[in-house]
Structure formats: C-alpha cells, structure tokens
Design a protein around this ligand. Structure first.
Ligand code: ITT
Length: 203
C-alpha cells in the first residue's frame, strides 16, 4: 500500500520519512511516496485560516488526485509578541514563498527591540490524513521555546537557527535530526497520527 507525502518541501520529506519510519510506517506494508512522484497534480491554494484547515486541504487534494491515502503537514512559527504571526504565513513572511533566509532575517529585524523575557514562540504543526473515500483526520503538535537574537547552527531548515526549545541550550538547528524529531512539533503531530494511519490503511 502506498502512502503519499503531500508536501513539496524537501526538508519536510526527510523529517517525515524518519518520523513515520520510526513509528513503524514505511516498511514493506506501507510505502512512503513523495508528492514529486505525481507531478501532474497542481499546487493546492492554502486558503484556510488555520494550520489544520490547510493541512487537510493539501492531504485531500493529493488523495483525490492520486486515489491513494495521503498525509500532509502545515506548519509554522508563532511568535507571542506578534500575536501568533507569522503563523500560517511563515513560508512567505518576507514575500517570496520558501525564502527561508529572508523570512528569518525579516523576523529578527522585527524583534530587534524585544528583550529576552518577551521572546517566547512556538512551532506548530498540523498533520492531516485523507483517504480517497473521504475519511479525514488531523492532529496538532507544538514545540515551545524562545527566539535568539542571532541565528546559530546549520541543521534543520526555516526558523530552526533562531528557536531555542524550552529546557535546551541549543537552537533547533544545533540539534541532531533525531534530537529535533524527538521533541519537534512535526514529530509530535505525526507520532500521534501514525496509529490512525496504520489502522485505516488497507492491506
Ligand atoms: P508544503 O506546503 O508543500 O508542505 P511549505 O514549505 O510551503 O511546503 P508550509 O506552508 O507548511 O509548507 O510552511 C512551513 C514554513 O514554516 C516553512 O517554510 C518554515 O519557514 C516554517 N517551519 C515549519 N516547520 C519548521 C521547522 O521544523 N523548523 C523551522 N521552520 C519551520
């Protein structure tokens, strides 16, 4: 049985293969296939106003187009002092979709005057499952921490170099991939989704 990973973000694909693999998916019974295997499927407009809505839109579109079960991730960074922004707009905060470096630099500039006591933030991830028969599930995960004044570390992607998880002295970009996945918003959301995937997939 194939399970489509409904994302065009290569960093997410790497993390999802590790997280779902550790959760027992991706072996002989369930083959994880990237959305790139289905280039004809047009990009979905992320018109939802929540992570959960957008994750469901992406999973549903791939499931319909391929006739296969699909999982999707919608995620972002929510900054307390910005009222939760960039939130669902995290991938295009500086204007151009997926320009991680510009997004991070704009955010740091916006927070330049904010002192350490007021730099709380969290990563959020909605993990959605959609089956061709219309069955849908969505679960969310979070990673809370504080934002550094300057980037540190070269691992991960996006805002990882500036988020220092609670109880950590390193940023997410200084953690190993396994360390990040063990505590991340994405790890938490997809580990919660994995048993539903296992139970609902045929075969
Ligand atoms: P797909 O919609 O194709 O999955 P995308 O990159 O457009 O890919 P999103 O709309 O969910 O995905 O945007 C996610 C953005 O949030 C991403 O570009 C990063 O800026 C940020 N983000 C999400 N997870 C992150 C993580 O684990 N570490 C750092 N930044 C993250």
């Amino acid at each position: 049985q194939r399970l489509v990973l409904a994302t065009r973000n290569a960093h997410k694909v790497v993390e999802l293969r590790a997280i779902l693999g550790d959760a027992g998916l991706g072996g002989d019974r369930i083959e994880l296939v990237g959305a790139d295997a289905y280039p004809g499927v047009p990009d979905v407009k992320e018109t939802g106003v929540t992570f959960a809505e957008n994750a469901l839109l992406k999973a549903r579109a791939l499931a319909r187009a391929t006739g296969l079960p699909a999982v999707a991730d919608d995620s972002g960074l929510c900054v307390d002092v910005l009222g939760g922004a960039p939130g669902i707009f995290s991938a295009r905060w500086a204007g151009r979709h997926g320009d991680d470096r510009a997004n991070l630099e704009l955010l740091l500039a916006q927070l330049a005057d904010i002192d350490d006591r007021h730099r709380g933030a969290h990563f959020a991830c909605a993990a959605a499952l959609a089956l061709p028969d219309g069955t849908e599930h969505v679960v969310e995960g979070r990673l809370t921490g504080t934002l550094r004044h300057a980037p540190a570390g070269s691992g991960g992607f996006g805002y990882d170099p500036i988020l220092q998880p609670d109880g950590e002295r390193r940023t997410c970009a200084e953690l190993t991939p396994d360390e990040k996945n063990a505590i991340s918003h994405r790890g938490r959301a997809f580990r919660a989704l994995a048993p539903l995937v296992r139970d609902l997939l045929p075969g």
